[in-house]
Design a protein around this ligand. Structure first.
Ligand SMILES: Cc1cc2nc3c(=O)[nH]c(=O)nc-3n(C[C@H](O)[C@H](O)[C@H](O)COP(=O)(O)OP(=O)(O)OC[C@H]3O[C@@H](n4cnc5c(N)ncnc54)[C@H](O)[C@@H]3O)c2cc1C
Length: 350
């Protein structure tokens, strides 16, 4: 990406965020996320919390301590003073999950005004999966059901190929019909009505740091659909560049941290006591699942407590700057996917 002209500003800026500003990062096969603007950084969280004057009077260690305190204790409004604005393209089924987050300002590409780029999401084979038998909202990790390979670890390649052919048949038909309709001057708002959920849409999405971190907590979580997690991971990498101390606190308290219920605290208090100079294990104490049930935990809560106490690796969410693309290249790709020959092909978003 070419270096932008340098302008002087009195606004607080962050070199790591400036480095990626306006750069496009691919997500899934045709999607992207770009941080197009931001306002403020960790210093602004602190300034708002203290309602203080001017910049540069505090050490990083002091700012870090305060940012962490605020996040631990859910003093959330100071982090609402930092804002981030993204340009994103995602399949419509991802957009439907994303739009449930009501605390952002959104402006979506208009399929009434503009021609839709005929780009459809195709899951890669490694992310293709059968229905989970235990989690109605999830993918099976392993199964002896028909369609899985001999090890029961993944759907077979033949099965994947047949599924892709079936998806492609629907998409080709939908794309051909959309193209025919717009070429025959049917209103775009009608021509688009049978485009599938895999069609890419795009929007500008502006949100404050507090609500972004809430969105990311829910959407980088393994319970979220893998496709939206992919967006969350890139946006977490962007948030890390805008407000690294807030990001670090978010990882520690939200991503890797957990709340404990009364029953869970009761159970842990039977194993560990508070001593004057720290914590002490109660000698010889173990708790069976039955003991945990007596602490008031349901079988599901017992499983969840065990998962809390065996956290996975700390995620990094770093961006690969070698993959950053510039806006013109991405716009050209989108433009190339718009039906040719339709009246007004290439119209932009109003
Ligand atoms: C893994 C997963 C599975 C899901 N499955 C489903 C599903 O099957 N069906 C479905 O419909 N949804 C589903 N959702 C969506 C989910 O129920 C929430 O709507 C979505 O995650 C947005 O969360 P939120 O309301 O906390 O976020 P936001 O809308 O960003 O709101 C942030 C916070 O602001 C406050 N807030 C915002 N608006 C209001 C309001 N009107 N009143 C009070 N407080 C408000 C709340 O404190 C809220 O937590 C799922 C979400 C996840 C992560």
């Amino acid at each position: 990406m070419a270096s932008p002209p340098v302008h002087q500003t009195r606004r607080p800026t962050v070199p790591a965020a400036e480095e990626i500003l306006g750069g496009y990062f691919r997500v899934l096969d045709h999607g992207f996320v770009a941080l197009v603007d931001y306002m403020g950084t960790d210093d602004d969280v602190e300034r708002a919390a203290r309602v203080s004057y001017g910049y540069g009077t505090r050490k990083v260690s002091q700012t870090r301590g305060l940012v962490r305190y605020l996040r631990r204790h859910l003093h959330t409004t100071p982090s609402e003073m930092v804002e981030l604005k993204f340009h994103c393209a995602m399949p419509i089924f991802v957009a439907r999950q994303w739009i449930r987050h009501r605390t952002a300002s959104v402006n979506e590409y208009s399929g009434r005004y503009s021609l839709m780029p005929l780009l459809f999401y195709k899951p890669e084979e490694e992310h293709f999966a059968l229905q989970s038998p235990s989690n109605n909202q999830g993918r099976a990790k392993q199964s002896a059901l028909p369609g899985f390979d001999a090890d029961g670890l993944a759907p077979s390649s033949d099965f994947y190929r047949e599924s892709v052919e079936r998806w492609n048949a629907v998409r080709s038909r939908a794309a051909a019909d959309y193209t025919w309709l717009v070429e025959n001057d049917v209103a775009r708002e009608l021509a688009r009505i049978d485009l599938p959920l895999s069609t890419y849409t795009q929007w500008y999405w502006k949100i404050d740091l507090h609500n972004l971190l809430h969105f990311l907590t829910l959407r980088v979580d393994p319970h979220a659909q893998w496709e939206i997690q992919e967006y969350g991971r890139v946006m977490a990498g962007m948030a890390k560049r805008v407000a690294p101390l807030s990001y670090e606190a978010w990882i520690d308290y939200q991503v890797m941290g957990s709340r404990l219920s009364r029953g869970e605290i009761n159970a842990l208090a039977r194993l560990v006591s508070v001593a004057d100079d720290g914590l002490a294990a109660r000698p010889g104490t173990t708790l069976s699942d039955d003991d945990l049930a007596q602490c008031g935990l349901s079988p599901r809560e017992v499983r969840e407590l065990k998962a809390k106490l065996e956290p996975g690796p700390v995620p990094e969410f770093d961006l690969d700057l070698d993959k950053m693309r510039d806006a013109a290249e991405v716009a050209e790709e989108m433009q190339a996917a718009v039906p040719r020959g339709a009246a007004g092909a290439g119209g932009g978003t109003p």
